[in-house]
Design a binder for this molecule. Structure first.
Ligand SMILES: Nc1ncnc2c1ncn2[C@@H]1O[C@H](COP(=O)(O)OP(=O)(O)O)[C@@H](O)[C@H]1O
Ligand SMILES: O=C(CO)[C@@H](O)[C@H](O)COP(=O)(O)O
Length: 472
């Protein structure tokens, strides 16, 4: 049996799956936590990847590997390949002002949508680079190369794969010109165009003041370390890998409830939404991945569990005890600010509190409904009528989420068996290095149906404008 490995280096943790290359059968897996926070030294991702690989039984018998990672994060490297400062992650909102300035300087959102398929907000790498140039000019001057989390991990692996496992942790970084990326992740930078397949160095120069070295953009079947006996696939962004892992096909809308909430579809044509709601990403196969992203998803339930003093499973049970609409209790879940709508300084708010709704069950229900309302708005923004809605990500492990989702979305949802679909998609990309035509079959997802409850979204829409912004 030939084995392949897939890695998901996402916001909260690193997961590794090892699968049979021919059938996709899961053979073994591992995971390791990432530190909390919106800026992280990349060495933590490397350490977590190594721990997760070891927990998954190592790579000695594995033929190919691929790394998928959280999108957008800014990793700055100096001439020697050392990290210049902690990476600013996709959910770090300090670059919101920089993003707004960049949009204005290019002549408005239409110009950005036309240029790179997306209108930058704080999450995009280009906005983080502008922030760095303005606020940490010394770090900007030291920056010889810029890459993304999956690019950096793939590069570190390229430098380590020829060494014995014991030497990986301290393996020296390869030369900077060995940095690679793929179209999917490149499309989240704000300086690469999915429509033309080219870097927009003019936009990078205008944002950062100079053009550091950028990773080579590899095609889906190219190798990141052609000399390595363990074959290294190009990898991709985590949402692009999820699309591969879940086997998304035209007509599907994938709703992922992880640290971020994402709603996306595969498409044969690039998109360019000047409203900025839909990011016009590329996918990991040569197609496109229009995507709407919210900053507040699974962690809304984590916060509600803390508030109610229960574990997540109990929170779900409580949510299902309260009536649909939580008796009018409405949670607008902008706990980390929000990305779509673009409200980086917003805070969360609770509306409709009465003596009757002041119970843990009502709050639990309101938290599940609130995060789903944010995703229902994202689905509207995507502007597609889905044939199937597929629910994935850590938050979709919650039975309450799966049962409440059809009441909020107003249509049935499909829940694939709980799993690591980002890591699976990466493993599938690795399997395609060995056999381009390999096909992995997926189990029939569970179908959840319930009567639509439009009053939930109506009340949410009424509450949504009444938010406070962060105090200084
Ligand atoms: N049974 C569950 N009920 C609700 N939330 C859950 C459950 N299991 C995991 N989660 C949440 O899922 C999140 C992690 O999801 P994941 O997709 O792995 O995130 P990421 O990829 O962003 O690191 C955590 O916030 C965790 O609390
Ligand atoms: O910024 C985006 C998408 O544009 C996020 O979806 C990140 O890619 C992080 O993903 P998770 O860690 O939540 O999976």
């Amino acid at each position: 049996m030939t084995l392949v490995a897939g890695v998901d280096s996402s916001t909260q943790s690193c997961k590794v799956v090892i699968r049979d290359a021919a059938s996709g059968r899961l053979v073994r897996q591992g995971r390791a936590a990432h530190p909390d926070g919106t800026e992280v030294h990349p060495s933590h991702w490397w350490a977590a990847l190594l721990r997760a690989v070891d927990e998954a039984g190592g790579l000695d018998d594995v033929a190919a590997i691929s790394v998928a990672g959280q999108q957008h994060g800014m990793v700055c490297l100096d001439e020697s390949g050392d990290v210049v400062r902690d990476a600013l992650l996709w959910n770090d909102t300090r670059s919101a002002g920089a993003a707004a300035a960049l949009v204005a300087e290019l002549g408005g959102p239409v110009a950005w949508a036309d240029a790179v398929g997306s209108v930058p907000v704080a999450s995009f790498t280009v906005a983080k680079l502008r922030w760095l140039a303005e606020h940490e000019p010394e770090h900007a001057r030291r920056t010889a190369a810029v890459c993304l989390p999956h690019d950096w991990l793939t590069w570190r692996l390229a430098g380590a794969l020829g060494l014995p496992r014991a030497a990986w942790a301290a393996a020296p970084p390869p030369a900077l010109d060995r940095l690679t990326t793929d179209r999917g992740d490149a499309s989240g930078t704000g300086y690469w165009s999915p429509a033309t397949g080219d870097y927009r160095l003019d936009l990078l120069k205008a944002a950062f003041g100079s053009v550091p070295l950028l990773p080579r953009v590899l095609g889906p079947l190219a190798e990141a370390a052609p000399e390595s006996p363990l074959r290294l696939a190009p990898g991709t962004g985590d949402n692009m890998a999820a699309a591969l892992g879940v086997g998304a096909r035209p007509g599907d809308v994938v709703v992922s409830i992880g640290t971020s909430g994402t709603v996306f579809a595969v498409s044969d044509v690039p998109s360019a939404d000047p409203s900025g709601a839909v990011a016009g990403f590329a996918d990991a196969t040569g197609r496109f991945l229009p995507l709407v992203c919210t900053l507040n998803a699974a962690r809304v339930m984590d916060a509600a569990a803390r508030l109610t003093g229960v574990e997540l499973d109990r929170l779900g049970e409580l949510a299902l005890q309260a009536p649909p609409g939580a008796g009018g209790l409405t949670l607008v879940p902008y706990l980390e600010g929000e990305r779509t709508p673009n409200l980086p300084t917003a805070t969360g708010s609770i509306h409709g509190l009465t003596l009757a709704t002041a119970t843990p069950a009502h709050l639990a229900r309101a938290s599940v409904e609130g995060l789903l309302c944010g995703l229902a708005d994202a689905l509207d923004a995507l502007g597609l009528t889905p044939e199937r809605i597929l629910l994935i990500g850590g938050g979709a492990r919650s039975e309450a989420v799966r049962r409440v989702a059809p009441t909020v979305f107003g249509r049935p949802v499909l829940a694939p068996a709980p799993g690591e679909y980002v890591a699976d998609g990466a493993a599938y990309q690795a399997a395609r290095l060995l056999d381009e035509d390999v096909h992995w079959s997926t189990d029939e997802p569970a179908r959840y149906e319930a009567e639509a409850e439009p009053a939930i979204r109506d009340r949410y829409a009424a509450a949504r404008p009444h938010i406070l912004h962060q105090s200084r």
